[in-house]
Design a binder for this molecule. Structure first.
Ligand code: SAH
Length: 387
């Protein structure tokens, strides 16, 4: 017997707006096991669909199907095959990319990234956590993966009352996997690297940035080298900055592996380093700013905006006239218009006239589900300094 959960009129309105989440405050008399699949009915018992239930998170229900549907292995197989088929059709010039982007693939709270012959999965709700043992064999069958790693260590799992664990669920997963992105080869450590190993969402922005790069390049928040390595071919010289010693070691190693000799990586706090460079106006022709999410929640938005403004203002001064700035924000809580406003204010305060050359977002393998703003988090602007 599938348990039934009744929701309020407000919850029903939300479902009608295409959003798949129902908050706990919109449930009437919830009673189902953690992570179970439940029938969702409206205030008058009309069947609305089926959902994954969480007994801990404020997001109590994540819809998986509207109306009647049989949720069985064939159902999941069809959903996963659709997500994988979409990526295959994109013709990506990379061996590392996202196969499943949660809600945007109608597979709420499931992330699957491909690194060559290996998959890295994340289950970010009780329901997905419970389903993983059923989904992994289907993923293996559909992709022919040699190994599957669960990188179930994101902090959001704590909100679900789930433990943070990293473990192989299928085959053996090495600590070093070779991945290519266009002309660049990386060694990726899916067990310990940030996110699932690489910042896959920036792949197409790295490609775009390479079209503008020239002269002296500064790659701020470089991690293991995403932008810097890609831009090196068009640059005289690349300086990459990251506060993590491990990231600096990796970018240096990745540069060597790719035969790149004009890149120098330094361990530095970008905020401090940009202050030190204050007197060097006009020193760089191309600058990339790809900071971590400064606004992890609503409460930190004001502080985050001040941080974004400060670094953008400083790098606009550091750019030579005619130079390009590729500036990004991956804070979901700072939306597109807030980010554009911050960059505008940075240009006013630095007295630097700027044109917007491109407006970009996360790569196509991380699509945005209309009506679900949470699936749109990465903003990227390519700007040109006029004088
Ligand atoms: N541009 C990278 C991804 C950057 S992720 C790519 O394309 O792959 C953000 C990086 O910023 C992380 O590597 C983190 O170590 C680093 N970081 C965080 N705070 C920092 C700071 N204050 N100064 C320098 N680096 C910082």
């Amino acid at each position: 017997m599938i348990p039934t959960i009744r929701i309020t009129p407000r919850g029903e309105d939300r479902l009608r707006s295409a959003h798949p989440w129902i908050y706990r405050s919109d449930l009437r008399d919830p009673s189902a096991g953690p992570g179970s699949i439940v029938r969702v009915v409206g205030p008058k018992d009309r069947l609305l669909g089926q959902a994954l239930y969480s007994d801990r998170s404020q997001i109590a229900l994540r819809m998986i199907a509207r109306g009647e549907a049989v949720i069985d292995a064939a159902f999941w197989r069809a959903r996963l095959a659709a997500a994988i088929g979409f990526r295959n059709a994109l013709g990506l010039d990379a061996t590392a990319y996202r196969l499943v982007h949660g809600e945007a693939d109608l597979l709420p709270s499931l992330i699957v990234d491909r690194y060559g012959d290996y998959l890295v999965v994340q289950a970010l709700s009780q329901g997905m956590d419970r389903l993983l043992p059923e989904l992994v064999p289907i993923l293996v069958e559909l992709t022919g993966a040699r190994g599957v790693l669960a990188r179930n260590d994101p902090r959001v799992r704590l909100l679900e009352g789930l433990e943070q664990t990293v473990q192989a669920l299928h085959g053996e997963v090495p600590e070093a996997i070779e991945a290519t992105e266009g002309p660049i080869t990386y060694m990726v450590d899916p067990w310990h690297g940030q996110k699932t190993g690489l910042f896959l969402d920036q792949r197409e922005n790295r490609e775009a940035a390479a079209r503008y790069a020239r002269g002296r390049v500064l790659d701020c928040f470089s991690y293991n080298g995403g932008f810097g390595l890609r831009l090196a071919a068009a640059a005289d010289r690349v300086e990459a900055l990251d506060s993590s010693a491990d990231a600096v070691a990796r970018i240096t190693e990745n540069a060597r592996r790719n035969g790149i000799t004009n890149l120098e990586a330094r361990e530095a706090n970008v905020f401090d380093e940009l202050r030190h460079l204050e007197r060097e106006a006009g020193r760089y022709d191309t600058i990339v700013l790809d900071p971590p999410a400064f606004a992890k929640n609503k409460a930190s938005v004001q502080k985050a905006l001040a941080g974004y403004k400060q670094i953008n203002l400083r790098v606009l001064r550091l750019l030579a006239p005619g130079g390009y700035l590729v500036t990004c924000s991956c804070s979901y809580n700072v939306d597109e218009s807030m980010f554009a406003q911050v960059v505008y204010e940075a240009s006013v305060d630095s007295h630097v006239p700027v044109t917007v050359v491109e407006k970009r977002m996360q790569g196509r393998d991380h699509p945005v589900l209309l009506g679900v703003p949470e699936t749109y988090y990465l903003k990227c602007l390519v700007l040109r300094k006029l004088s």
